[in-house]
Design a protein around this ligand. Structure first.
Ligand code: PMT
Length: 237
């Protein structure tokens, strides 16, 4: 059961003004959400705390604003509601997520997923036995999905997220430059408010010539505000 505040925020999307309902009409938007899992052996994996709530909220808001949405989702700990117009493409690992994204990336790509930066180099085919001496795991870097998309010959408008526990603005600006995206949405994670597995979040948005702070609010409302800023940058007047 979701918090009443979250249910109200989601309901608000159903009663948007007519102008907003066509804000993203005709656009194809690919969104990644949730965590990836990287196999250690058939029963263990490396992953993180992403619940998928932020990415699913962006997908639902994009549909409410008239877009055609492809949602590529990592495995969720608990199912999340989605509008009937969206059938998520479920993947497990970062490599699977990359392949699903590249199959049809569309006009705008929003990388909300918490993709594991590394995967075990050689996952075991059978369950690894406990070793009283401990164990070493060799990790190899995963492909950077959003940077790969931004480097395509004809890239879509690319939006990355930055999940940080400190120096939010500095690290986000570094990622904005390193990943060569059009916009980065930075959030603090690991604290008492917002971030992973919460119904509310706040974001700092950075793009080439500006920045905007979106204060703490339910993720469905935050998703609408983020998409409104994306539309302003995608259709400069
Ligand atoms: O799912 P929730 O519980 O609602 O939580 C939401 C969230 C905290 C997961 C979300 O708001 C968020 O911050 N998502 C990005 C998490 C993350 O992986 O951040 P990062 O700073 O490590 O990565 C930067 C960007 O690169 C992200 O857009 C990420 O999707 C992308 N990336 C990272 C690694 C990789 N191998 N490929 C990528 O595309």
């Amino acid at each position: 059961m979701y918090e009443p505040k979250l249910i109200c925020a989601a309901l608000e999307q159903l009663f948007l003004p007519a102008a907003d309902k066509s804000l993203l009409a005709g656009l194809r938007i690919t969104i990644t959400a949730g965590p990836t899992r990287e196999a250690i052996d058939p029963v263990r994996f490396i992953s993180n705390h992403s619940s998928g709530k932020m990415g699913y909220a962006i997908a639902a808001a994009a549909v409410a604003l008239g877009a055609k949405v492809r949602l590529i989702s990592g495995p969720l700990a608990s199912p999340l509601p989605l509008p009937a117009a969206i059938t998520p493409i479920m993947v497990t690992s970062a490599t699977e997520m990359l392949n699903a994204v590249l199959a049809d990336v569309g006009d705008i790509f929003i990388a909300t997923a918490a993709v594991a930066d590394y995967r075990p180099l050689a996952p075991a085919t059978h369950k690894m036995k406990r070793d009283a001496n401990g164990m070493n795991l060799t990790l190899t870097p995963n492909p950077d999905i959003v940077a790969t998309v931004a480097a395509l010959a004809s890239p879509p408008f690319c939006v990355a997220f930055a999940a940080e526990t400190e120096a939010l603005k500095d690290y986000a600006r570094q990622k904005f430059i390193a990943k060569k995206v059009n916009l980065i949405a930075a959030n603090l994670v690991g604290g008492l408010e917002g971030g992973f597995n919460r119904d509310e979040n706040s974001l700092w948005l950075f793009w080439g010539s500006g920045e905007l702070q979106l204060p703490l609010m339910p993720k469905p409302q935050l998703a609408l505000a983020l998409l409104q800023q994306i539309a302003l940058l995608y259709y400069p007047s």
